[in-house]
Design a protein. Structure first.
Length: 256
């Protein structure tokens, strides 16, 4: 009797173990890649509940969510021979669970390595100014190359972004001086253009006053009015030659 009870308990334990090993659940963002006696079963299992044959079937779970990959800082030499230290970030996801398990040993490490080598290669083909000012273009090139390289592994690279670009301190000072010189050049150009436009307006005003002498007299009276409003104790009145010219001619006539 005791032996029968022990046998029944063992059978129940084996049954529980069998059910526990056979019943699997995959979440919505997970897929189960199944190997039966070493052979790949297609298609992948999930999401939801599914059954495996204990001991015979082996399962590898694959996460289909977007993965953030931080690319470590890389020492690069730009096309104009400027040393720089650049790091980046890549966003990718698995679109073929079976390929990510069968085609590559460790898709995470492989993607990281191909991203690092691509980053050094691409940045070495661009000038420092392009690296600083054409970031979107370089990001697009990196994304295309890495995505093409990882496609056989069932990986889709959606975004690659260059984050930080570190350059030597002496180069930073040189760039600051260059930017300051550029700002001074623009200021001088704007100032000279303003003087040129002002000279044109003065030339136009002189032409108008020459053709209308009365306008000159009105302008003179307006200037006297503005001077008289000044709090200064000493006022110098400008006296145009045209106003005293008749007096001078009369004086010359009386002397003769």
């Amino acid at each position: 009797m005791v032996a029968a009870i022990i046998g029944l308990v063992i059978v129940l334990l084996l049954l529980v173990f069998f059910l526990f090993s056979a019943v699997k659940v995959a979440r919505e963002y997970e897929r189960g890649v199944i190997f039966r006696l070493g052979r790949l079963l297609s298609p992948p299992k999930g999401p939801g509940l599914f059954f495996l044959i204990p001991i015979v079937d082996k399962m590898v779970k694959v996460d289909l969510r977007t993965i953030t990959l931080n690319i470590p800082p890389q020492e690069v030499i730009t096309k104009d021979n400027v040393p720089a230290r650049v790091n980046a970030v890549a966003y990718f996801r698995i679109v073929d669970p079976q390929a990510s398990v069968v085609a590559v040993e460790n898709f995470m490490a492989a993607t990281s390595q191909i991203a690092q080598t691509t980053l050094r290669s691409v940045l070495g083909q661009h000038l420092l100014d392009e690296l600083l000012s054409e970031r979107d273009k370089i990001n697009s090139i990196l994304q295309e190359i890495i995505d093409e390289a990882t496609a056989p592994w069932g990986i889709k690279v959606s975004i690659v972004e260059v984050k930080d670009v570190e350059i030597p301190s002496d180069m930073q000072r040189a760039m600051a001086r260059q930017a300051e010189a550029e700002r001074e050049r623009r200021a001088k150009v704007i100032s000279s253009e303003g003087e040129f436009q002002a000279s044109q307006r003065l030339s136009d005003a002189a032409t108008v006053l020459e053709s209308h002498p009365v306008s000159l007299q009105l302008r003179y009276m307006q200037t006297l009015l503005e001077i008289s409003s000044s709090p200064s104790t000493t006022i110098v009145f400008p006296l145009p030659i045209d106003l005293i010219k008749p007096l001078l001619e009369h004086a010359d006539g009386s002397q003769s």
